[in-house]
Design a protein around this ligand. Structure first.
Ligand code: PLP
Length: 407
């Protein structure tokens, strides 16, 4: 009965990771995976996570009972304070409904499922995603049958933001469209709007009655400062938007496999907002119950300890600065080495871009040559994970890039 099922291609990113793993060359470099690596190319378990883990292990009352449907409440409310700011009026006015999800992916999915079910789209309005965006956005939206449209984002010539393209697409988007926005550290480009540009985006979105859906996978990881990286989200909330947020703790706590995330729905400041929160929460609970019943506990418990303990929280901030700082250093190192080599082209975008990734501008052909000749792995669009660079391989990578750019 299933002979019509076509063979799907393997996930390009996970295929790349496997290819790097299978490569036996001693100088191989993984610039594909979007996970933090230390200066020895090793995964880093944050010391604060180790401490939280030890506290959990020592807790004689810990058990494996189900979490509530909406997850660990002390975690989800601390997560809401983290993204919105502890003094956010939206929190004081009980306008925020938070549900623990299977990390950021699950949060995007839960939001998409909820919007597909309840968001009024009489003209079948689309969800606008940036071009390009995180590869999973399109397929998550496809899964819940929401139509997808794209807004221009990346300006290839300047290797920066196509602000004119972005704003004109939003201006012509049908009223009531949903717009998926990266809260900070845009994946894959590393290009974020400036604060003034965010303000203009907000003006257009209000005029056109567009619904913001923020995907926040890198808070604190981008600039090293949790508040700075939450600025855009907080600005939109301040402006009174009704919006939702998908929040991930994969990168900023290094909890990748533990799937700790939260979906937040923020109602606008209207008289019955607290009532809306209750109603929306009740429906999100049904979505959750029918899909995963209740979320996994371990990652949430770790994040809960870190977010709710002043000492651990301060240590975490320090460790965020370590990760963000190393990545920023690697951007500078790479540009410096390419400059020393006299590599053709302007590489200043590498230091202007922010977060885990840089869109290098390398062509697909150059990317494939780097893989074949130098055993350096990156996605075909020329995106490199800055965390894959370190003081031991930066010379090697710069020399290899220099070589393929010249030929
Ligand atoms: N959204 C964006 C833009 C991402 O880059 C990622 C991870 O790479 C995610 C969401 C979700 O990650 P996770 O499901 O591990 O939280």
């Amino acid at each position: 009965a299933f002979s019509h099922v076509p063979l799907a291609p393997p996930d390009p990113l996970f295929g790349l990771i496997a290819a790097h793993k299978a490569d036996t060359h001693p100088d191989k470099v993984d610039l594909g995976v979007g996970a933090y690596r230390d200066d020895d190319a090793k995964p880093w378990v944050l010391p604060v996570v180790k401490k939280a883990d030890a506290l959990l292990r020592d807790d004689p009352d810990l058990n494996h009972e189900y979490l509530p449907i909406a997850g660990l409440q002390t975690f989800t409310s601390a997560a809401a304070r983290l993204i919105l700011g502890a003094d956010s009026p939206a929190l004081a006015e009980k306008r925020v409904c938070s549900v623990q999800t299977i990390s950021g992916t699950g949060a995007v999915h839960t939001g998409a499922r909820f919007l597909a079910k309840f968001y009024p789209r009489p003209q079948n309005q689309a969800v606008y995603i940036s071009d390009p965006t995180w590869a999973n956005h399109q397929q998550i939206l496809d899964n819940v049958d929401l139509p997808v449209a794209k807004y221009p984002y990346y300006h290839a010539a300047s290797r920066g933001l196509d602000f004119a393209g972005l704003t004109s697409a939003l201006r012509s988007a049908p009223e009531g469209s949903v717009v998926l926005l990266h809260a900070c550290a845009h994946n894959p480009t590393g290009v974020d709007p400036s604060r003034d540009q965010w303000k203009e985006i907000a003006v257009i979105m209000r005029e056109r009655k567009l619904f913001p859906f923020f995907d926040c996978a890198y808070q604190g990881f981008a600039s090293g400062d949790l508040d700075n990286d939450a600025w855009a989200v907080r600005y939109f909330v301040e402006q009174g938007f009704e919006l939702c947020i998908a929040q991930s703790f994969s990168k900023n706590l290094g909890l990748y496999s533990e799937r700790a995330g939260v979906f937040h729905f923020v109602s606008p400041p209207v008289a019955d907002a607290a009532d809306a929160t209750t109603r929306i929460g009740s429906q999100l609970a049904i979505v959750q119950r029918s899909e995963i019943s209740n979320p996994p506990a371990y990652g949430a418990r770790i994040a809960d300890k870190v977010l709710n303990d002043k000492v651990l929280f301060d240590e975490w901030k320090e460790q965020l600065r370590t990760m963000a700082g190393r990545i920023i250093d690697m951007r500078e190192t790479l540009v410096q080495k390419l400059t020393e080599l006299g590599t053709p082209g302007d590489w200043s975008h590498v230091t202007k871009q922010i977060g885990m990734f840089s869109f290098t501008g390398l062509t697909e052909k150059q990317v494939l040559r780097l893989r074949e000749e130098a055993h350096i792995y990156m996605t075909k669009n020329g995106r490199i994970s800055m965390a894959g660079l370190n003081s031991h391989n930066a010379d090697y990578v710069a020399a290899a890039i220099d070589k393929v750019v010249r030929e």
